[in-house]
Design a protein around this ligand. Structure first.
Ligand code: PEP
Ligand code: MN
Length: 337
């Protein structure tokens, strides 16, 4: 349920509400909005709803949260969440552009890419150091060495680092280097991993599982939010359908659907979403038109030589063209890019 505080209520009233909620064995999430402060109460709230919170000083009203996800819902927080992680700002009218190779390979590769994508307007650098690969025989990533190379690219360019963490025990290590922890599509429902990233103070990019519904995506985000980490971005990266002309099917209706239900920013990945470099520019532009708050795009100095996902990866020139078109679309829909 949501306990809506009266405008201008003092700290003492808020503390009393919070301690009563805790006293019932429930968890209060205090959300300070521009218009009002609310306390989202989560847990088994069957008895709480009839326990007279509306009679407490400073309380304006008590409402049930109808959505199955709670802290993620627009009911709890009408204003959009803006995620800030170093150079990356996503949401509230500002587009974030995360670009870089699928995998970190060498110092030259990652630093050269960071410089090129920054020059073209990217606001963060992506690159996998821990790679979740379908085959155990495929390149698994440089692991900690890859994180060091990402840190070197950040030192050279100032770009925030977005990199994937694949298991709960790696979270402390990856969080020491990353500005944004990516939870990949295969791990969207790895609940222990979601809890572990939820305990950090590092922003999270949560990718939709290829067989997950959007409601399951929101419930996965809820695990991170419930852990106390509010800096969460959702990512549509395509789902598995009967279609085979693209690697996945990229459903862009997800973007406005999510915006209607959650305050969390929504990013689109047209690289994994299509699997083909020649489709990325169009789908990136379409994502911006659909209202995406950001893009994550694979870029490599020589896509044909990439250690992973070369076929869907843009070279620097193609990324520059994509950015030019996306900027025009962003301006048309009133976004800053
Ligand atoms: C990636 O970003 O390289 C990746 C593995 O993505 P996904 O989890 O969406 O497959
Ligand atoms: Mn990839």
């Amino acid at each position: 349920m949501i306990i809506v505080m009266q405008a201008g209520t003092g700290d003492a009233e808020l503390r009393e509400v919070v301690s009563r909620v805790e006293g019932m064995g429930l968890k209060p999430h205090v959300i300070v909005g521009t218009e009002r402060t609310v306390v989202a109460v989560v847990g088994d709230e069957r008895n709480a709803i009839s326990s007279g919170f509306e009679t407490l000083p400073g309380v304006a009203s008590v409402l049930p949260i109808l959505a199955p996800y709670k802290v993620a819902s627009r009911e709890v927080q009408p204003e959009p969440t803006v995620v800030r992680a170093g150079s990356l700002v996503v949401g509230g009218g500002t587009m974030g552009v995360i670009a870089g190779p699928c995998s970190v390979e060498t110092s030259e590769q990652i630093v050269e890419t960071a410089r090129a994508v920054k020059a073209a307007g990217a606001t963060a650098l992506r690159g996998g150091a821990f790679k979740p690969r379908t085959s155990p025989y495929s390149f698994q990533g440089l692991k900690e060495k890859g994180l060091e190379l990402l840190a070197e690219a950040r030192a050279e360019t100032g770009l925030a680092i977005v990199t994937e963490v694949v298991s709960p025990e790696d979270v402390p290590l990856v969080a020491r280097y990353a500005d944004v922890l990516q939870v990949g599509a295969r791990n969207m429902q790895n609940y222990r991993l979601l809890e572990a990233v939820g305990r950090t103070e590092v922003a999270v990019l949560l990718k939709r599982g290829p067989a997950a519904t959007v409601e399951e995506l929101l419930l996965a985000a809820e695990y991170i939010l419930d852990g106390g980490n509010r800096q969460v971005m959702l990512c549509e990266r395509g789902i598995r359908t009967f279609e085979a002309h693209t690697r996945f099917t990229l459903p862009l209706a997800t973007v406005p659907w999510l915006h209607a239900r959650t305050h969390l920013p929504v990013i689109v990945d047209p690289s994994h979403g299509t699997g083909h470099a020649n489709l990325v520019e169009s789908m990136a532009a379409a994502s911006v038109a659909a209202g995406a708050d950001g893009l994550i795009v694979e870029v490599h100095p020589e896509p044909a030589r990439a250690a992973s996902d070369g076929g869907q990866t843009l070279d620097f020139a193609a990324f520059g063209r994509m950015m030019a078109i996306c900027r025009k679309v962003a301006a048309a829909v009133g976004k800053t890019m």
